[in-house]
Design a protein around this ligand. Structure first.
Ligand SMILES: CC(=O)[C@@H](O)[C@H](O)COP(=O)(O)O
Ligand SMILES: NCC(=O)COP(=O)(O)O
Length: 255
């Protein structure tokens, strides 16, 4: 069913600029500057900027977060592990949103969603001070009912569904797996929404696989980074973002 334009505009795009920092860090030095990329993304129509300050600082650094907090006019979605060090950084900066993600030092990228159900008490205490200073707390989570229920119980306002397995299955041509991952994401976005959680989605999204996710009426924000930064090499960041927005809009209005 076609969506109203009000519902369409409710689908925000958060541009993740982590991998501008990955390129910079490959050589050391100051370029390319993720803060400059974030400002350009903002001018190109990003509704927000996402940055993940990993514990090992493999891409974004503390200085980048300082620069983003100072330069941005749109909200910053600050992704971080549930550690005391990261909590202190978030409490100092008070970004618009804090997204708690699982981290494994040896992983190449964020492999799965946060295990909330087994760490409920610990996480409830961890996010309370972040909420107290006004951050919207989001939990990066698999499309798993138990984890969503636990995220709701601990007082998170937002969940971000991990779309990585769906995107990987699509890229590998494993369409049976892709479709079952998509069905789980669809069902769980609806379930999370029914609990009153705001639903975001992201990880691994590309032009080829964004539209089925963008069409979920309950999803109000997509966070997309690695693909957009790669695409910017070929067509520039502004056109790369414009094309993603066009596809999101098309999915929302014609889905
Ligand atoms: C949580 C998430 O999906 C993003 O932070 C993304 O993971 C960033 O890239 P890396 O996983 O490569 O750090
Ligand atoms: N939380 C997901 C995100 O910020 C972007 O992930 P990716 O597009 O870089 O894989």
């Amino acid at each position: 069913m076609a969506q109203t334009s009000e519902q369409d505009t409710a689908l925000r795009l958060g541009v993740n600029i982590d991998h501008v920092a990955t390129v910079r860090n490959a050589r050391g030095g100051l370029t390319p500057d993720p803060v400059r990329a974030a400002k350009l993304a903002e001018e190109a129509g990003a509704d927000g900027i996402t940055a993940h300050l990993r514990e090992d600082r493999r891409h974004i650094t503390d200085r980048d977060i300082d620069g983003l907090m100072e330069a941005l006019s749109v909200p910053l979605n600050f992704e971080m592990a549930a550690t005391e060090e990261m909590q202190n950084i978030a409490l100092r900066h008070k970004p618009h949103a804090v997204c708690i993600v699982p981290e494994k030092r040896e992983e190449r990228t964020t492999e799965g969603g946060l295990e909330v159900a087994r760490e409920e008490n610990k996480l409830a205490h961890f996010i309370a001070p972040l909420r107290d200073v006004g951050c919207r707390v989001s939990i990066f989570i698999a499309a798993d009912r138990r984890q969503i229920e636990a995220a709701h119980r601990i007082g998170a306002e937002v969940i971000e569904l991990h779309t990585g397995a769906y995107c990987d299955a699509h890229a590998e041509g494993d369409f049976a797996k892709r479709d079952s991952e998509l069905a789980a994401l669809r069902e769980m976005s609806s379930f999370a929404h029914s609990l009153g959680l705001e639903v975001h989605a992201g990880h691994g999204l590309t032009y080829d696989c964004v539209q089925p996710i963008a069409a979920f009426p309950e999803v109000c924000e997509l966070n997309i980074g690695h693909f957009l930064i790669g695409e910017a090499i070929f067509r520039g960041l502004t056109p790369a973002i414009a094309e993603m927005r066009r596809l999101m809009h098309e999915a929302r209005t014609e889905g």
